[in-house]
Design a protein around this ligand. Structure first.
Ligand SMILES: Cc1cc2nc3c(=O)[nH]c(=O)nc-3n(C[C@H](O)[C@H](O)[C@H](O)COP(=O)(O)O)c2cc1C
Length: 189
């Protein structure tokens, strides 16, 4: 028997995105954002609360990076979602993580995350009260060569990305590949 669960945020999986920005003094800030995705093939959209230090930094610097959280960075990635740069000085430094400046935008690339999308801020639009859609144009994607396959493409298995469940707040690893998009359905045509 089916049960009605009401209006709950039931889409799974959500990504675990690490948004990197520079504070006004040049130090690094990173926040955890599960409410984000590709807006189209060239742009990312994040859903940020208007009080986030990250949003202030994005608007001031015109840039941000988005890295994919991984199985071996779960604690640090969660910490980036528990603590705000508004309240804690040295938020990033507490993790012991390292950052270098992007070659393309005015935002940090966090060394410990193997895949980073480097974005130029395009625009911000209020979606609902206090929640802002923040669009970033992808200028470059950089990644650690050990997550690439023999042909130079990103190998999802090597990335060890994690995903987020909004219902029970779990982080999950990515399981086995179970199909091929734009292909498996062909047998039903
Ligand atoms: C799993 C997880 C996902 C989150 N996703 C978002 C999100 O998509 N948007 C948002 O505004 N806050 C989100 N947060 C909360 C922010 O990461 C948190 O408020 C953080 O302290 C903000 O940091 P900042 O103020 O230094 O930018 C999330 C937190 C966690 C733990």
């Amino acid at each position: 028997m089916r049960k009605d669960l009401g209006s709950i945020p039931a889409i799974f999986p959500m990504p675990v995105l690490m948004v990197g920005t520079y504070n006004e003094d040049g130090t690094v800030n990173v926040m955890n954002a599960a409410w984000g995705m590709m807006a189209d093939m060239k742009n990312i959209i994040l859903n940020l609360s208007s009080i986030r230090k990250t949003l202030e930094n994005i608007k001031r610097t015109g840039s941000f990076t988005v890295s994919i959280a991984t199985e071996n960075t779960v604690s640090e990635s969660d910490y980036f979602g528990l603590v705000s740069g508004n309240n804690v000085k040295g938020k990033f430094e507490k993790t012991g993580f390292h950052a270098v400046k992007s070659n393309f935008v005015n935002a940090p690339v966090i060394v410990e995350y193997p895949l980073t999308i480097e974005c130029e801020f395009v625009e911000e639009k209020e979606i609902v009260q206090g929640r802002n859609g923040v669009i970033g144009k992808i200028i470059n994607v950089s990644c650690d060569e050990n997550v690439l396959d023999d042909t130079g493409k990103i190998d999802i298995k090597k990335l060890n990305a994690i995903m987020y469940d909004t219902i029970n707040h779990g982080y999950y690893g990515v399981g086995e590949k179970v199909g091929q998009a734009f292909s498996d359905g062909n047998k039903l045509k």
